[in-house]
Design a protein around this ligand. Sequence first.
Ligand code: ARG
Length: 263
Amino acid sequence: MKKVTALLLSMAMGMCLLAGCGSASTGESESSTAAAESGITTVTEGTLTMATNAYFPPYEYYEGSEIVGIDAEIAAAVAEKLGLELKIEDMEFDSIITAVQTGKADMGLAGMTVTDERKQMINFTDTYAEGIQSVIVKEDSDIANVPDDLTGKKIGVQLSTTGDIYATEEFGKDNVEQFNKGNDAVAALVAGKIDAVIIDNQPAISYVGANEGLKILDTSYATEEYAACISKDNEALLEAVNGALAELKEDGTIQGILDKYIK
Ligand code: ARG
């Protein structure tokens, strides 16, 4: 069964076009998890190793020493369906695709947007959630209209995210400051070192809730689809994960997890 997921774009901004992310994701979806028994191979036998960057609430973040969030729970549910033990590896967002490509992890799950560039490197599963690029500014900021008011401003982003790609294309490298973690970009904004942060809407809501004096601009930047990424060399795992995701969508598990974290 072929499933085409539409990637909606915010035409008002037109930035997605520049970033070349106006694609649709295609995935083979076999509604059976029998693949578990029929021998899917993983990096460590019996274990589903997930690569993520755990500074992206509510998708993945630390609660004490434990990584929790939407992606952590979806991965746990997928692993259970496949009869595997879940192991989560936290790394820079920038390293996730390489970790999957080089066999350090089975699957990247990190609120990762489906883009054409990334599809050259890895396979994406069917999508499980949607994100919107948002702009965070200080409450008293003179930035009101996006993108016009952002011209010439210092914009903070998380390295190699779609926010980084759009901002760099639209406003130029000199106006963009790349941070390893979304939190670091927000901290720089709070400290007055930069003028705005471009980041996905749900983390934006979390950060604005956790820091005084920040607000999210109404303008939604670009709407994106999130999916897990898996090595192009592991088609069997891709099919098995898509099968598990289909079942978890069907029985309401995924919606339940999303509703738990997104009010
Ligand atoms: N959706 C954006 C992208 O794919 C940002 C994802 C950042 N995720 C994270 N876990 N830090 O580029």
